[in-house]
Design a protein around this ligand. Structure first.
Ligand code: GRF
Length: 217
C-alpha cells in the first residue's frame, strides 16, 4: 500500500477540476488524498464541493492583506498548516510571488486551458478560434516564476471544429482537463513524476519531451 500523498488545492471559482480530483482520489489504490481546499474568494463554488466531500476549507481574501508579499506569506502559512506533499492550482486567479513559487518548487502544479507554450494568459478559447488553429487543448505543468511558463507534464489535444464557438471549445477542453489533472496528480502521488533541479520533468525515471506526455483525441 503506497503512502498517502497529501494534496492541498487552491481555487477561486467553480472547482470542476477539484471535483475531478476528489472523484479520482476515491479510485482504488490512489495515494493522492485532498487534505484541504484554500480559496481567496469566500463565494467560490469549489468550497461547497470540498465541504460536501468532507474536506477542510480555508478562505484568505487577498483584499485583507497589504500587497502580494503579505498575502502570499499568509497563504504559505495556511497551506503549510496542512503539511502538503503537493499543492495544486485549480483555477486560482492570483499571480503568485516568486517567493511563493520557490517555496513549493517541484511540488506545485497548475492546469492551463491551452497547448502551452501557446496562449498563455486569459481568453484562450477565443484566441484559438481567432487564429484559425486546427487544434487546441490543455496542459498540466509544474509552476515556475514565469506565468503559465513552467515545465510541461501532460497535454491533451482536441480538434477545433468549424462550427465551434468559445463556449463549445471551452466545454470540450474542460472535459479533457478533468482527465489529465487527476492523471498527473496520481503520477506525482505515486512517486512517478518528478521535477529535476535543471527543470527537466521525469516520468518513471525517463525524461519527458518539452511538450510533456501528449494525449491526442
Ligand atoms: C480551468 O479552465 C483551468 O484550466 C484554469 O482555470 C479553470 C478552472 O476551472 N486554470 P474550474 O474552476 O476547475 O471549473
Amino acid at each position: 500500500m503506497p503512502r498517502t500523498c497529501n494534496v492541498v488545492v487552491l481555487l477561486s471559482g467553480t472547482g470542476s477540476n477539484l471535483q475531478a480530483l476528489l472523484d479520482s482520489s476515491q479510485a482504488p489504490g490512489n495515494p493522492a488524498q485532498i487534505s484541504a481546499v484554500v480559496s481567496n474568494r469566500a463565494d467560490a463554488y469549489g468550497l461547497q464541493r470540498a465541504e460536501a466531500a468532507g474536506v477542510p476549507t480555508a478562505v484568505l481574501s487577498h483584499t485583507d492583506y497589504d500587497g502580494r508579499d503579505a498575502f502570499d506569506a499568509a497563504l504559505i502559512s495556511a497551506i503549510d498548516g496542512y503539511s502538503p506533499d503537493l499543492v495544486v492550482l485549480a483555477g486560482f486567479m492570483r499571480i503568485l510571488t516568486p517567493g511563493f513559487v520557490r517555496h513549493y518548487q517541484g511540488r506545485l502544479l497548475n492546469i492551463h486551458p491551452s497547448l502551452l507554450p501557446q496562449y498563455k494568459g486569459l481568453h484562450t478559447h477565443r484566441r484559438v478560434l481567432e487564429a484559425g488553429d486546427a487544434e487546441h487543448g490543455c496542459t498540466v505543468h509544474f509552476v515556475t516564476e514565469e506565468l503559465d511558463g513552467g515545465p510541461l507534464v501532460v497535454q491533451a489535444v482536441v480538434p477545433v471544429d468549424s462550427g465551434d464557438t468559445p463556449d463549445t471549445l471551452a466545454h470540450r477542453v474542460h472535459a479533457q482537463e478533468h482527465q489529465i489533472y487527476p492523471l498527473a496528480v496520481r503520477w506525482f502521488a505515486e512517486g512517478r513524476l518528478t521535477l529535476a533541479g535543471s527543470g527537466q520533468v521525469h516520468l518513471d525515471g525517463q525524461p519527458l519531451p518539452a511538450t510533456g506526455h501528449v494525449i491526442r483525441h
